[in-house]
Design a binder for this molecule. Sequence first.
Ligand SMILES: Cc1ncc(COP(=O)(O)O)c(C=O)c1O
Length: 399
Amino acid sequence: MGFLADALDRVKPSATIAVTNKARELKAAGRDVIGLGAGEPDFDTPENIKQAAIAAINGGKTKYTAVDGIPELKQAIVEKFKRENGLSYETNQITVGTGGKQILYNALVATLNPGDEVIIPTPYWVSYPDMVLLAGGEPVVVEADKSTFKITPESLDAAITSRTKWIIFNSPSNPSGAAYTESELKALTDVLKKHEHVWVMTDDMYEHLVYDDFNFTTPAQVEPALYDRTLTVNGVSKAYAMTGWRIGYAGGPAHLIKAMAKVQSQSTSNPCSIAQWAAVEALSGTQDFIPANNEVFKARRDLVVSMLNQANGISCPVPEGAFYVFPSCAGTIGKTAPSGNVIKNDADFVTELLETEGVAVVQGSAFGLGPNFRISYATSTEALEEACTRIQRFCGNLK
Ligand SMILES: Cc1ncc(COP(=O)(O)O)c(C=O)c1O
């Protein structure tokens, strides 16, 4: 018997963190590397939010708090759900954790029994399948269409069994940036409505990052019949440039929320008190910087899509949201890189690109769909232009 838990053999470390680390190593060794792996805004946290945190420190808000969030933050979240999503929750239906990541994990640990299935559409955020495995469940992957990155109602229906406990839904998506329109979402919720034992875990982390007047909607809003079996997950990391502050939250049925608090009470206890006060300001204060940031993101998205589509063998759809593009590199498979190695799949493409041109991206297969790769465009326009120029050169030099 080994010392480490068997459950750990079932999971792999995050591929996105691995790429970021590899890029950091090469940089430290003096290589000129452009990292497009990290999924975080390059903007600073807005000043009003930072000031709220400083006031919390100076005001002595530095002690343990209620396990799953201070009442003031729960109230701000209730108001956010009402104002932005038309969802009515009481404060006992709200939970706050150390990032959306902990919220998702709490929910899985609180509900999964061995053999329980969780439907995960591809391409998925790297952590979903591994979190399900760690919590003792079975991920069931549903393949999206390779050009829209969306699943169909028929494929969803076909994946549901009597063991299905959850579907994890993520729109706009990490890694594809694809977002379901209200009618596309309704077609999926119509399927879910029929299967009364299936719960919906919707990860709305990229809600505010949508472009071209896209109208964001969330499952419990589109189909009120799902309200009693939906956990609506969100957080302040992406929209408010607060990745390091670690605050995520969810609204859902009170009995589930209570069970999730029980998990948290015996693991991490409350999220950082100071960050909670900062999150109150994020959700209740001015939202002006969101459209301003989105203007910048949209311009970068358009630049990256257009430059990638000019690279030999690359094809890049225009995503509706988030700050990722997920181009196909199918046209480069079978070609030979300057190193002499043949590109057999997207992992090879990513490795050769990093070695040859010093551009760090993440292979699509890490997200369950390839041959693609993910670029995060949450970095400066200059760096993106240079990176895309290098990708064009790399693809142009393949034989
Ligand atoms: C789809 C998705 N969900 C959840 C998270 C977790 O966010 P956090 O734990 O910072 O709230 C991320 C972060 O990368 C994400 O991309």
